[in-house]
Design a protein around this ligand. Structure first.
Ligand SMILES: Nc1nc2c(ncn2[C@@H]2O[C@H](COP(=O)(O)OP(=O)(O)OP(=O)(O)O)[C@@H](O)[C@H]2O)c(=O)[nH]1
Ligand SMILES: [Mg+2]
Length: 321
């Protein structure tokens, strides 16, 4: 299951109670010797490259740090409570649920933030003061929103060949299918050229009615926020559009309708399934008037090297060995 939004409750560790205790000296005088309580554990959210999405948090929901230990006689201090570390995928944005304000964006591997400090331990009476309770545990509700970090996103009509291209480029263990809407959640793979590694992500298909919440809807388009290039995939069969031009209009219209800023991300128009066409017919395709048009066949590999060389150029991957 792929989960990219979740609400969790975190609770810091309470401070341990300070101790009131006395030892009797030989002359019968009472000397206070109660130790301080230990501090409670913190709640830490950490970006972990091994964590693929927020699914694990969805089922748990409540995360608690350990309370500090009580102080004891003979000046013994309570133990510090251990922290609770919540692992999230790289690319997770944390919001405070109450005011919806941003707490932190955790992008790089190992990035972390203390969202709640543990309660201070109470004082023991060892210094001659009265002993006290530790600070209480605190609760905080957080909204987590995960947006995939990838260089290239594949966006296209159903059955346009996104999975086939992802598989060809990355060897990802995904399988293409003959029926549409087969890919129901984003899928990732890593493309390795002689020069670099690029992360590539296929998003579920868009079609005419996606913007109205039909099919798989458009919720997952939020992942385009971190895209460096978007490949718009169309295919010669155009089962889900009248022709290439209207297919393109559906894709760009849906994306702009979701977030107009995404139209500024560099995009390549990739026309797939060219193996179905006689070479002399290619001139009459009626392609949309766009820069960066690439004719490929994800099935045979035709045109794919040229596409990726151009993508690497946009991404600033150096081709000098
Ligand atoms: N002839 C030909 N068929 C292709 C090519 N690329 C993909 N196909 C076929 O098109 C169908 C759909 O391919 P997918 O890769 O699953 O398409 P998709 O865009 O991932 O589809 P959804 O995720 O369901 O939207 C499959 O039957 C593929 O074998 C191509 O270059 N040439
Ligand atoms: Mg697919």
């Amino acid at each position: 299951m792929f989960i990219d939004e979740v609400m969790i409750l975190v609770r810091s560790g309470a401070g341990g109670r300070g101790c009131e205790s006395y030892r009797k000296r030989a002359d019968h005088k009472r000397i206070p010797d109660g130790g301080d309580g230990g501090d409670g554990g913190d709640i830490i959210l950490r970006a972990d490259p091994q964590t693929g999405n927020l699914f694990a948090l969805k089922s748990k929901r409540i995360f608690e740090a350990e309370a500090g230990g009580m102080g004891m006689g003979n000046n013994r201090y309570g133990r510090r409570g251990s922290d609770c570390i919540v692992k999230v995928p790289c690319g997770t944005t944390i919001y405070n649920k109450r005011d919806e304000l941003l707490v932190r964006d955790l992008v790089g591997s190992g990035d972390e933030v203390i969202v709640l400090k543990g309660g201070k331990g109470g004082y023991g009476n060892h210094a001659g003061f009265a002993s006290s309770e530790g600070a209480r545990a605190k609760d905080l509700e957080l909204l987590l929103s995960f947006k995939i970090i990838a260089d290239i996103f594949l966006v296209g009509l159903p059955n346009s060949g996104k999975t086939t291209l992802l598989k060809r480029l990355t060897g990802a263990g995904v399988s293409e299918t003959e029926y549409p809407f087969a890919t129901k959640a984003p899928q990732l793979g890593t493309y390795r050229s002689n020069f670099d590694e690029l992360r590539i992500c296929e998003l579920p298909a868009i079609y005419q009615a996606s913007g109205k919440g039909r099919g798989l809807g458009t919720h997952f388009l939020k992942h385009l926020e971190r895209a460096r290039i978007i490949f718009f995939l169309l295919d010669l069969k155009t089962e889900f559009a009248q022709d290439l031009k209207s297919g393109y209009d559906i894709l760009i219209g849906t994306i702009k309708g979701f977030n107009a800023a995404f139209a500024r991300t560099p995009r390549f128009l990739v026309v797939n399934k060219m193996d179905l066409l006689e070479s002399k017919a290619r001139k009459t395709l009626g392609l949309p008037d766009q820069e960066n048009v690439f004719l490929i066949s994800a099935k045979t590999g035709m045109g794919v090297d040229r596409l990726m060389t151009a993508a690497e150029k946009v991404l600033g991957v150096s081709h000098e060995a």
